[in-house]
Ligand binder design. Structure first.
Ligand code: ADP
Ligand code: MG
Length: 312
């Protein structure tokens, strides 16, 4: 058991010139440590470099510079051991259409040198809910089933670390819940370290102990989920009054501003103040509400704020 599941220092990736494409810097000097046993979230807008980072961990993309240590094994010194420590569910659906789920899991286990006696194919099929599809060709499986099969493939060699690249992008609620249920179980019951990328802030909040935010190939924030979300939990309640108030209401923890359309914007931290307190303030001020709506920072705002803060 190591204390760091992953340790990355000075990681750079420049995709080479291909055809008329100029070289592209995808990772611009990443330092990142993921503690063993964590559920770790990697967040960032499209093109930030999340998949590049994950594919380097998986050994699918060659890094340009830097050092990657997986479960204590330097990727360049002990490629076999470092690969064996990690299982990756990729973002792309890359399944051979002529394999059945059982066949695909067997081939994967073979690739990782798992002896037949140690294969838990049936257990994995049950876990991903594909027992009754074990002998069906992959091309006949639905998109959701294929994703589940990718999860199964990532697990055949019993890795210490499971990496999921946008596992819930575009999937239905049922599959999302099934995935998270499995991920939680693997983390809690087997102590598996989980690294996942997601676009959904709520998902990161619900699942992850720690989060790193990637933007343009650099880590722009890295903290516990509670700390990070604490910084970005501003909500704004916008109230259109029946008639303009003579004085602006005031209360600690609630920032009040007049908007040009005559509405009043109440900005507060959702963790410290709840919407009811804002409404209470409005009522106390004698303001009659014609209309009310709320605005909240989405991940895009968060990225923008952090990027600006970093640039300042
Ligand atoms: N094979 C590739 N060849 C050239 N550029 C690539 C390749 N893969 C990704 N990129 C570029 O690298 C950057 C990071 O991409 P990616 O790692 O897929 O980001 P993310 O997963 O965060 O959306 C993007 O600008 C993307 O266009
Ligand atoms: Mg990606």
């Amino acid at each position: 058991m190591t204390t760091d599941a992953i340790k990355i220092t000075g990681l750079r990736k420049t995709y080479g010139v291909s055809g008329r494409q100029p070289p592209k810097v995808a990772l611009n000097g990443i330092d990142l440590t993921v503690p063993a046993g964590a559920v770790f979230g990697l967040l960032g807008p499209n093109g930030a470099g999340k998949s590049t980072l994950i594919n380097i961990l998986a050994g699918l993309v060659n890094k340009t510079a830097g050092k990657v240590t997986i479960w204590g094994f330097d990727q360049d010194v002990n490629p076999r051991q470092s690969r064996a420590a990690i299982g990756v569910m990729p973002q792309e659906l890359n399944l051979d259409p002529f394999f059945t789920p059982r066949g695909a899991l067997d081939v994967q286990a073979g690739l990782y040198g798992v002896p037949r006696a140690q294969r838990r194919t049936d257990e994995i099929l049950a876990m991903i809910g594909l027992s009754d599809k074990a002998e069906a060709y992959a091309r006949t499986l639905s998109g959701g089933m294929r994703r589940r099969l990718l999860l199964g493939k990532a697990l055949v060699h019993h890795p210490h670390i499971l990496v999921l690249d946008e596992p819930t992008a575009g999937v239905d609620i049922e599959l999302r819940q099934m995935l998270w249920h499995n991920v939680r179980r693997l983390n809690r019951d087997r102590g598996m370290t989980i690294i996942l990328t997601t676009h959904y802030l709520e998902e990161a909040e619900e699942m992850c102990d720690e989060i790193a935010i990637l933007s343009q190939g650099a880590v722009i924030a890295r903290d516990s989920t509670a700390n990070l979300l604490g910084q970005i939990d501003t909500r704004t309640m916008v109230i259109t009054p029946e008639s303009p108030p003579t004085t602006l209401p005031a209360a600690t923890g609630i920032e009040v501003a007049n908007r040009s359309d005559g509405s009043l914007a109440f900005t507060y931290h959702a963790r410290r103040t709840n919407g009811e307190e804002v409404l209470e303030l409005v009522r106390r001020s004698g303001i009659r509400i014609r209309d009310v709506r709320t605005e909240q920072a989405d991940l895009q705002d968060v990225f923008l704020n952090l990027t600006r803060a970093g640039a300042a």
